[in-house]
Design a protein around this ligand. Structure first.
Ligand code: PEP
Ligand code: MN
Length: 330
């Protein structure tokens, strides 16, 4: 992979040593932007919330002693003002914050009104936690009011890639650089390298990856962080060559994701069906209930018509699902 923007570093700055050790281990990567979260918007209040303002001093040491540009996450206007005053070159806005356009606008305004705004080199905008492509694009436009260099970071939703949302961004905003965050997209260190390959295949402009010297001891997102050595190996791995047109590559990623969700839904359906089977057994009911079967089939055939799908095909699928349910309940 080459000519990519790489942002790498720990999910959270935990202590000064960890920040400097990680930055040093990554400092040989050309053009790297070092990341570390200091104010962490966590789902649960009992989780590690970040070290706060003190972390700005550690990031300054990374800039001065290792010559690396640094990035941190801001979730409100106050944090933005503080980060700019501390001469942090890059900011990113996290997926939870991006669910609120009011907060995103307040961050854009804080940049506009900061006397230190010239220190800022760019802002990265994650997709919101919900699959809302219009909101992602709207947030990017809010930031463009404040900074010329705004890039998008695609991190998916609920550990699903949501390729469709990123494809739509590419089509609607082709001038905006698009990065992939395989760490939050998967939540799983073992899936990071294959998602980095997907990013290369789909011609992303860069990667944002969580890197920790000892992922197993990380105070946040321990399961998804990779070591500096692992990250270095990923970016130096040989590039695949693609003969399929880019448009088709995107559509195949989308259809693979739809299939993954479809098969997950089938597995979930069978799990519920099994519980129904247990209930029927405990209550001496027959496994096959014709009236219920007819109800499901009738509803689905109406649905088939509405969606322009062949009734024959839909009937075959309903029958197959029903057969499998019966088999499990017996
Ligand atoms: C992060 O990058 O540390 C982070 C919190 O990511 P996200 O907002 O995508 O969950
Ligand atoms: Mn994280």
């Amino acid at each position: 992979m080459n000519k990519m923007t790489y942002i790498a570093g720990p999910c959270a700055a935990e202590n000064e040593q960890q920040v400097l050790d990680t930055a040093r281990a990554l400092s040989g990567i050309e053009g790297l932007i070092f990341r570390a979260g200091i104010w962490k918007p966590r789902t649960r209040p009992e989780s590690f919330q970040g070290v706060g303002d003190e972390g700005l001093l550690w990031l300054s040491r990374v800039q001065k002693e290792l010559g690396l540009p640094v990035a941190t996450e801001v979730a409100n206007a106050d944090q933005t003002t503080k980060a700019l005053a501390a001469k942090i070159e890059y900011l990113w806005i996290g997926a939870r914050t991006c669910a609120s356009p009011i907060t995103v606008q307040a961050i854009a305004d804080a940049i506009i009104y900061s006397p230190h705004r010239t220190n800022l080199h760019g802002v990265f905008v994650k997709n919101p936690v919900n699959e809302d492509e219009a909101l992602w694009q709207g947030n990017i436009r809010r930031l463009q009011q404040a900074v010329s260099n705004v890039l998008a970071v695609h991190r998916g939703c609920n550990h699903q890639p949501c390729w469709q949302m990123a494809y739509q961004l590419r089509i609607n905003m082709p001038e905006v650089g698009l990065l992939l965050d395989p760490s939050h997209m998967s939540g799983d260190a073992e899936r990071v390298s294959s998602l980095c390959r997907d990013a290369a295949e789909l011609e992303y402009d860069g990667l944002m990856v969580e890197v920790h010297p000892h992922p197993e001891h990380a105070l946040s997102d321990a399961r998804q962080q990779i070591t500096p050595e692992h990250f270095t190996a990923i970016i130096h791995s040989p590039q695949d060559r693609y003969t399929t047109p880019i448009e088709l590559r995107w559509m195949r990623k989308m259809i693979d994701e739809v299939d993954d969700r479809l098969w997950d839904a089938i597995a979930r359906r069978m799990a519920v069906s099994q519980r129904i089977g247990e209930y029927k057994k405990a209550n001496n009911m027959e496994v096959f209930q014709p009236s219920r079967y007819n109800e499901i089939m009738t509803n689905r055939l109406v649905w088939a018509e509405k969606h322009g799908l062949s009734k024959e095909t839909v009937k075959t699928i309903v029958e197959a699902l029903h057969q499998e349910s019966i088999r499990m309940q017996q």
